[in-house]
Design a protein around this ligand. Structure first.
Ligand SMILES: Nc1ncnc2c1ncn2[C@@H]1O[C@H](COP(=O)(O)OP(=O)(O)OP(=O)(O)O)[C@@H](O)[C@H]1O
Ligand SMILES: [Mg+2]
Length: 148
């Protein structure tokens, strides 16, 4: 199942993120794909708001993982620079953990991704316009997408 959206500002993308976040359960995994500056972190900000995260979510590019406290934990992973770092933490712990796990640049770790996830692809159409396509690859995530 696939649903397509278009936003015209960062604020609209945050609003869509809030709606998505409201439908999530702990242990859900979201893969965010799209070029640099497509809006992946912006969408994650909205997800965080709906999960009750009060800290400001910003790009974790130099830290790979940031963990936020909300109604359930939010693990925000950005694997863009994974190759250049010496990681001594276990990414699978986050992916399989009991929090919502949002992964930017997920195909850096294709081999450890779960079988079921919601995949969100963002594309920059112009300075402020973004297309946002959301795909569910299992019945569990189709239920989420149906409600959106
Ligand atoms: N409709 C929109 N949706 C989201 N962001 C927008 C939109 N219009 C403009 N922007 C701007 O585009 C930028 C998106 O940056 P963001 O950090 O969310 O991208 P990203 O996909 O996480 O990039 P990276 O791969 O570098 O982490 C922000 O500066 C934001 O204000
Ligand atoms: Mg980002």
């Amino acid at each position: 199942m696939l649903k397509s959206y278009k936003t015209n500002s960062a604020e609209e993308t945050i609003e869509l993120g809030k709606k998505i976040g409201n439908l999530l359960n702990p242990s859900n995994v979201l893969l965010l794909t799209g070029d640099l500056s497509a809006g992946k972190t912006t969408l994650t900000k909205g997800i965080g708001i709906s999960l009750g995260v009060t800290k400001i979510i910003n790009s974790p590019t130099f830290t790979i993982v940031k963990e936020y406290r909300g109604k359930c934990p939010l693990y925000h992973l950005d694997l863009y620079r994974l190759d250049g770092l010496n990681n001594d933490f276990d990414l699978e712990e986050y992916i399989e953990g009991d929090g919502v796990c949002v992964i930017e640049w997920p195909y850096q770790v294709e081999e450890i991704l779960p079988k079921e996830y919601l995949e969100i692809n963002l594309k920059r159409l112009s300075e402020f316009e973004r297309s946002i396509e959301i795909k569910a690859n299992s019945s569990r995530y189709e239920e989420v997408l149906k409600k959106l």
